[in-house]
Design a binder for this molecule. Structure first.
Ligand code: FES
Length: 166
């Protein structure tokens, strides 16, 4: 059954909610359906926002608090969409001993957000990551698929500036 008229789904992402509805139809009535529905919902929307949680709650008849509880308990889920650029500092051992923390501190300062946060504009998300397998380039900074090796805190403002332009 489609979401009721009280559903808070926005009109600007109708297509995504239509896809979610298909997923729900597929799993409805199946035991243990909530986790796969949440996983697919995150794949469709990039995050389990409150609107998405409400939609799933209504459609599956599961209390919103239960859904919220799962969405916040498992680290694989995020409640807020990530920014256009995912800025990750490798905190693996090799990078750490070669100054990854100072790099991260500089990024916190330049981006104005803490690790795990996304800026207001939705442009940058700052993350810490495990070893990227490029230890010879330590410390490593990754912005989406762009790898910056042997990065210094002094280079950070210039690197970030490139991603502010589009
Ligand atoms: S520790 Fe950073 S790439 Fe391996």
């Amino acid at each position: 059954m489609p979401c009721s008229s009280t559903c808070s789904a926005g009109t600007d992402n109708k297509e995504q909610f239509a896809k979610l509805q298909e997923v729900i139809e597929r799993y409805k009535g199946t035991k243990g359906s909530l986790m796969p529905v949440l996983q697919e919902a995150q794949g469709i929307f990039g995050a389990l926002t409150l609107d998405v949680q409400k939609y799933i709650s209504e459609a599956l008849g599961i209390p919103l608090m239960d859904i919220y509880g799962i969405a916040t308990f498992y680290s694989q889920f995020t409640l807020k969409p990530k920014g256009k650029y995912k800025v990750s500092v490798c905190m693996g051992t090799a990078c750490y001993v070669r100054g990854a923390k100072r790099l991260q501190d500089k990024l916190v300062e330049v981006l104005g957000i803490q690790v795990g946060e996304t800026d207001e504009e939705g442009r940058f998300t700052l993350e810490a990551t495990r070893c990227l397998g490029a230890c010879g380039l330590a410390p490593v900074l990754l912005i989406n698929d762009d790898v910056y090796g042997r990065t210094t805190p002094e280079a950070v403002p210039g690197i970030i500036e490139k991603y502010r332009k589009d």
